[in-house]
Design a protein around this ligand. Sequence first.
Ligand code: 8DG
Length: 138
Amino acid sequence: MDVACAIITSGNKILAAQRAKERSMGGFWEFPGGKIETGENAFEAIIREIKEELDLIVVPSGRFNPTRVFDPINHIVLEPVCCKIISGNLTLKEHEEVQWLEAQDLKLKRWTPADAILLPAIIQYLEPTPNFRTAKRG
Ligand SMILES: Nc1nc2c([nH]c(=O)n2[C@H]2C[C@H](O)[C@@H](COP(=O)(O)OP(=O)(O)OP(=O)(O)O)O2)c(=O)[nH]1
């Protein structure tokens, strides 16, 4: 199953969500999103899912490398899509909870296996850029 998840950041924080208790992998943390449907690409799927789940309008701007988890029950290809929120009021339609997390907070949550593989790339992405002065050749 191909799943798109949204990488939504604000400053040094990222939006993370806890799956509803009654769903598959209930209680685990994830980046919001869902299954990519037939005929959709990851960008189209994430726009649809984030509207359905959080009532937000997002614009995708890029992607991370997919992570893959093939276990006896699930074959998941997780496709992370960087998104910017352009409008809407965050409303939880499916999740137990959402939180804006800094890099140091990410390790404290229990993540789905596919997200756990993704975390090092996310942590690197959240690191502040050093303040280089502008420079001229010479
Ligand atoms: N949304 C999301 N799902 C993830 C992540 N990591 C991960 O292993 N999954 C798994 C959990 C589910 O088995 C599957 C996606 O299912 P989902 O329940 O979120 O998607 P959906 O809304 O399309 O599902 P549904 O309508 O059929 O219930 O991918 C993640 O970061 N985000």
